[in-house]
Design a binder for this molecule. Structure first.
Ligand code: FPP
Length: 246
């Protein structure tokens, strides 16, 4: 991975630096269909999707995107066959075992959103160690949504707010945002869902209030640098008004 592509250096994109999203969030959909098309098991699709992450991480650094949030395992994914669930857990384990040093060298800061309490204690420990190891890196934040659900996140935030003893008058948008798993990270500017599905599927439902959406037809393993570049070009064309007039 090259040194971070600061927003002033995004010549390959050919768009003004201020039009590059700071925070991109991706629903990596279509791994299963990608595998099926090739007569492979679904897990082969998830593995190909994991490989693709490297390309997209590199593209983020190249184009000056500062935060990438990926939807790796949802609270609803527990309902998939046990083989697929444990396969996805193993992918997370392998990614940490095999890629952590490289990610750390590249200045990637790993973060997690979701509930780690249902995850195997050894895997939870690995995730927490990886977060700690990379906490001072500042090239790119890779925020992994794992056992994540937007509604569960809001319930958790409300519980924490009540626990902390806040009065009704203290409840503001900023306070709720602060108590979400995403904490003080800025909201996503651009949400991408690959594979042509047009749903948010419980992903960042609070934070997505003013995000721009982009739905490419390609399956996640095929969402390469060029597809990512196209997504950023589409984003640059959007007119973000936040409910106001121009
Ligand atoms: C959706 O495709 C994808 C998932 C549920 C899992 C995504 C996970 C990865 C790409 C692995 C990366 C993980 C980590 C921990 C870094 P789908 O299976 O619903 O595809 P389909 O709709 O074609 O069946």
């Amino acid at each position: 991975m090259a040194k971070r592509g600061r927003k002033s250096e995004v010549a390959t994109l050919d768009i003004p630096p201020e039009k590059v999203p700071t925070h991109v969030a991706i629903i990596m959909d279509g791994n299963g269909r990608w595998a099926k098309k090739r007569g492979l098991p679904r897990l082969a699709g998830h593995r190909a999707g994991t490989e693709n992450l490297r390309r997209v991480l590199r593209a983020c650094v190249e184009f000056g995107v500062e935060i990438l949030t990926i939807y790796a395992f949802s609270t609803e994914n527990w309902g998939r066959p046990e083989e697929e669930v444990s396969g996805l857990m193993n992918i997370l384990r392998d990614v940490i075992d095999r890629e952590l040093n490289e990610l750390n060298k590249e200045g990637v800061r790993l973060q997690h959103i979701g509930d780690l309490s249902r995850i195997d204690p050894d895997l939870k420990e690995k995730v927490l160690k990886a977060i700690d190891l990379t906490k001072d890196n500042d090239n790119l934040i890779l925020n992994v949504a794992f056992n994540y659900g937007g509604r569960a996140e809001i319930i958790h935030a409300v519980q924490e707010i009540v626990r902390a003893g806040h009065s009704p008058e203290e409840i503001t948008e900023e306070l709720i945002s602060h108590y979400l798993y995403t904490g003080d990270l800025p909201d996503p500017d651009l949400i991408v869902r690959t594979s042509g599905e047009l749903r948010l599927s419980n992903f960042l439902i609070w934070q997505a209030a003013y995000a721009e959406y982009y739905f490419p037809e390609v399956y996640w393993p095929d969402f390469d640098r060029e597809e990512f570049r196209k997504a950023l070009l589409h984003f640059a064309d959007r007119d973000r008004r936040y409910g106001r007039l121009k």
